[in-house]
Design a protein around this ligand. Sequence first.
Ligand SMILES: Nc1nc2c(c(=O)[nH]1)N[C@H]1C(S)=C(S)[C@@H](COP(=O)(O)OP(=O)(O)OC[C@H]3O[C@@H](n4cnc5c(=O)[nH]c(N)nc54)[C@H](O)[C@@H]3O)O[C@H]1N2
Ligand SMILES: Nc1nc2c(c(=O)[nH]1)N[C@H]1C(S)=C(S)[C@@H](COP(=O)(O)OP(=O)(O)OC[C@H]3O[C@@H](n4cnc5c(=O)[nH]c(N)nc54)[C@H](O)[C@@H]3O)O[C@H]1N2
Ligand code: SF4
Ligand SMILES: [Mo]
Length: 895
Amino acid sequence: MNVPAPERAAPAVKTTCPYCGVGCGVLATPDGQGGVAIAGDPEHPSNFGRLCSKGSALGETVDLQDRLLTPMLDGQAVSWEGALGAVAGGLKKIAEKHGPDSIAFYLSGQLLTEDYYVANKLAKGFLGTPHVDTNSRLCMSSAVAAHRRAFGADTVPGCYEDLDEADLIVLVGSNAAWCHPILFRRMIDARTARGTKIVTVDPRRTQTGEEADLHLGLKPGSDTALFSGLLTHLADAAKLDRCFIDEHTAGFDGALERARQIAPTVAATARATGLAEAEVQAFFDLFAETPRVVTAFSQGANQSAQGTDKGNAIINCHLATGRIGRPGMGPLSLTGQPNAMGGREVGGLANMLAAHMHFAPEEVDRVRRFWNAPNIITGEGMKAVALFEAIEKGKIKALWVIGTNPIVSMPRADRIREALAGLDLYVVSEAVATSDSARVRGRKTVLLPALAWGEKDGTVTNSERRISRQRAFLRAPGQARADWAILCDVARRLGHGAAFAYPNAAAIFREHAALSAFENDGTRDFDLGGLAEIGERAYDAHLPMQWPVPKRGPEARKGRPRLFADGRFYTFDQRARFVAVQPPALAQAVTEAHPLVLNTGRIRDHWHTMTRTGKSQRLSAHRAVPFVEIHPDDAARHRIADGGFARVTTELGSAILEVMVTDGIRPGSIFAPMHWSDMTSSNGRAAALARGIPDPVSGQPELKATPAAIEAVAYRSRGYLLTREPLAAPAGWWWARATVQGGSGLLFATQEGSREMALTLRGMFPGHELAEYVDHARGLYRCAVYRGDRLVAALAVAPGAQRPEWELAKQIFARGEMEAIDRRTLLSGRAATASAGPVICACHGVGLDVITAAISAGAGSVEAVGAACKAGTNCGSCIPEIRKLLPQALARSAA
Ligand SMILES: Nc1nc2c(c(=O)[nH]1)N[C@H]1C(S)=C(S)[C@@H](COP(=O)(O)OP(=O)(O)OC[C@H]3O[C@@H](n4cnc5c(=O)[nH]c(N)nc54)[C@H](O)[C@@H]3O)O[C@H]1N2
Ligand SMILES: Nc1nc2c(c(=O)[nH]1)N[C@H]1C(S)=C(S)[C@@H](COP(=O)(O)OP(=O)(O)OC[C@H]3O[C@@H](n4cnc5c(=O)[nH]c(N)nc54)[C@H](O)[C@@H]3O)O[C@H]1N2
Ligand code: SF4
Ligand SMILES: [Mo]
C-alpha cells in the first residue's frame, strides 16, 4: 500500500510543482488541518528556491471543494468494489464481443511516471489494445517526432544550464515569461550576467516578446521559411561546421537544397514570413556570429500542421553549425506538462511501445519477454485525433480517460462530447467531480476518484530529462486512491494479478528502470539501469537526477546533463540526420466567411482547464473572464470595441469573449486563451473551436491557426455578483466565474434591464436584508445583501456598454464584516479612497493603479516599484508587465 503521510504540523516535505515542465522543487509544510504552506526549494537545480505565481499559490488549490471523493456509477455513488467490477466487467465483455482494440485509453502528461507505466503495460501488454494515447499528443509529439527524425531517438540534447551559459537565446513559439516563468527568469539572469541576447519568434508580441532584444512577429505558420532562410544564410556566409557535418551527420545537401528553394535570400525569407528584411538580416547575423545559441521551442512550433518540420528546420541549423550537446548551445524543446517527458519514457504515446522502444519485431519480443505479457501488441495505435474520430464512428466502444479533460482541451470538442454518449463504457479517473469531462455520460459511465497533488507519490521528468519526486504530504481524502493502484486493481480483476502486484510506487519505478536497461547495452538513449535496484528508502530520498543513469560508466547513479557531445547519435550509423522540410503552409486557408486566423494558448495565472488554478483567488484576479485579442485595424473593420463582447465562430462552434484590442497581435489574427470551460463560463470554451488538422508526421493537431469569424455582441446590462458560495447563474446570462477572496464571483452580461435584474436578485436571496441603490432611468442597480453586519452578497448592474469594475467591491467583500462606510461605497460604486485597479501582481494583490501611482511618484525601475508597493517582489511573474509600465517603456511604445 501507499503509505499515507501523517497529517500533523510537520517539517517541510520536498516535492515538485504539478504544473509546468520547468519542474520546480517545492517545499510543502502541511499545517495539520488539510492546508499547506508553500515555498520554493532552494536546493532544487531547476528553480533554486524560486516559484512563479502558479507554484506560489499551490496552497490555495488543495482544499476539497469540488473534489471527486467516491466512485460513481451512472451518476450514483458506489463502493470501490462496485466501480472496479463495472470497469473490469465492462472491459472484458467489450473485448470479447468487439476485440481488445475496441478499447482505448486517453492519458495525460500530468500523470506520474508510475501511473503512466502501469496504464501502458496494462493496455499494451495485457488487454492487448494499441490504442493508448495522451494529451501529450496535443503538446509535444511534434518535438518527439523531430528528435527521432534527427537523432534516431527522442533525446533532449541539452539542459537548463545551457540557458545560463548561452549568449543568444531564440524562443520560437514560446511565451516563456508566462508559461515557463522560472526558466524565463533564468534567461533574464543570463542577460544581466553575460549580456545574453533574447530573440522571440511569434506572430503575437507577448510579454516574452516585450522583454526580447529582437521580436520577430512572423506570419502564422511561416517558421520553416525563417529557419530555411537561416540555413541558407549560414551556408552562404561560410558559417557551417564542415567538420561536424562531414563526420557526424547525413543528409545535409538535400536539406540545404530544399532550404534554398524555400528561402534563397534574406529578401525571400522576409517575403515568406511577412517580416522586414532588416529584422531577418539582424536575426541571421546574430545567429551566425554567436556560437553559444540555444533555440528553445514550444507550442507555436509543435501545435502546427507542420510542427515536425518546424522542429527539424530548427535542429538543422544547430547541426549545420555543430552547436549541439555542448555548454550553452543546442535545440531545447520546452515541455509543457510536469511529466510530459515521463510519459514519453514509459511509451504512453500510441506510436511507442515502452521505454523508448517502438515496434521492430525484436523490440516487441523484448518487451513481451520482460513483461511476460500474454497479449503484447505488435504495431502502433491511433493517435488522439484519430482515436476520438474512431469513437465518433463507433469503432471504439470503451474509453478510459485518466488525468485530462478532453471535452475542453481536444480540438473539435463539441463533436467529441456528442460522440462520447455513444460509448458502451466511459471511465474517467479524476480528481475533480465537476470537470466538463466528468459530467459527460456514456451508456455506462464510471467515475473513479484519484488522489491529487500533495496526496500522491511518484516521479516526474522535466524538460531537461531531470527526474524528481512528487511526495505525499496530505492524507488521502474520502475514498480517493492513487491512479496506479486503481489500474492494478482492474488488472487483477481481469486475471493479471501477478503482473500488477506492486506494493508501492517504488516497486513500479524499479520495474520501469529495469525495462529501460533490459538488453540495452548503450543502444537506447533512455537507460535508468543505475536505478533499477533502488530501495524504498533511497527512492523516498531520491534527488533530482537527469537521465540517462546507466548501471555502469561515469554517469552511473548520478545522471548526465548533456548528450551528443561525442557526435554519436542513435541512428544505425550513429550519424544525425538533416531533414529536407516542406515549404510553409497553413493547414486551412482563411475564407470570406472565416477571414481571420484564430490562435489559442495560455495566460499567466491559469493552468489548462482551470480545475485547480480556478480555486485560487490570487490566480483568478489577473484575467477574470475569457477574452479575445484583436488588432485595432480588424477591430475597426468588424466594429468591435475594446472591453465589449464578440462572438468568435469557426466551423466547429462559437464562443462569446470579452474583447481586448491590442497591436501586439498581427492584423488578420485573433488570439483566445484555452482555459475556460463550461465549469467556469457560459460561452467561453475557445479551445474547442480549433479545427485540429494533424501534422502528417507526428499527428499533433494544429491548434494555433483555425479560420474564424468575429462579430460584436451587445448586451443590455453588465455587472458582477459576489457570493459566499458559488451560485449557478440564471439561464440566459453570459457569465464567467472567478474565485474571489471569501467567496465566488460572477462577471455577467444579460439582455435584461436593471429593473428585471433587481427582481431576479431579490428572488435569489429571500429572507436577507438588502441595501439597494436604484436608478433605473440610467440602467443602474446596486445591492448589498447582508445578515446582521455580515455581507453575504454584492451585486452591481450597469448598462451593457460599461465594463464592470469590481476591484473595490472585492476588497470590501473579502473583509466580510461591513461598516457603514463600506455599505455606502458598495452602493455608490465609488471609493472613499482610490481603487487599486485590475490586479497585476498576483502574489501581493497589487493593482495596476497602485503600480502606476508608484511610478508617477518617481519609481523608475522594477526594483523601485517593488520597494514602493511590493509588486513583483515575490515570484516575479509580473515583472514583464511592470517593466512595460515604466516611463522608458511608455516612451518607447509612443515613439
Ligand atoms: N501559465 C501557464 N503556463 C503553462 C501552462 C498553462 O496552462 N498556463 N501549460 C503548460 C503546457 S502543458 C504547455 S504545452 C506550455 C505551452 O507554453 P507555450 O508554448 O509558451 O504557450 P502557448 O500560449 O500555448 O503558445 C506559445 C505561443 O505560440 C505562438 N504561436 C502561434 N502560432 C505560431 C506560429 O505559427 N509560429 C510561432 N513561432 N509561434 C506561434 C502563440 O502566439 C503563443 O504566444 O505551457 C506550460 N505552462
Ligand atoms: N485550442 C487549444 N487546445 C489545447 C491547447 C492549446 O494551446 N489550444 N493546448 C493543448 C495542450 S499543450 C495540453 S497539455 C492540453 C491540456 O489539457 P488537459 O489535459 O485536458 O487539461 P487539464 O486541465 O490539465 O486536465 C487535467 C485533468 O486531470 C485532473 N487531475 C488532476 N490531478 C489528477 C490526478 O492526479 N489524477 C487524475 N486521474 N486526474 C487528475 C484535473 O482535475 C483535470 O480535469 O490542452 C491541449 N489543448
Ligand atoms: S515555473 Fe511555475 S508552474 Fe512551472 S514548475 Fe515552476 S513554479 Fe511550477
Ligand atoms: Mo501542453
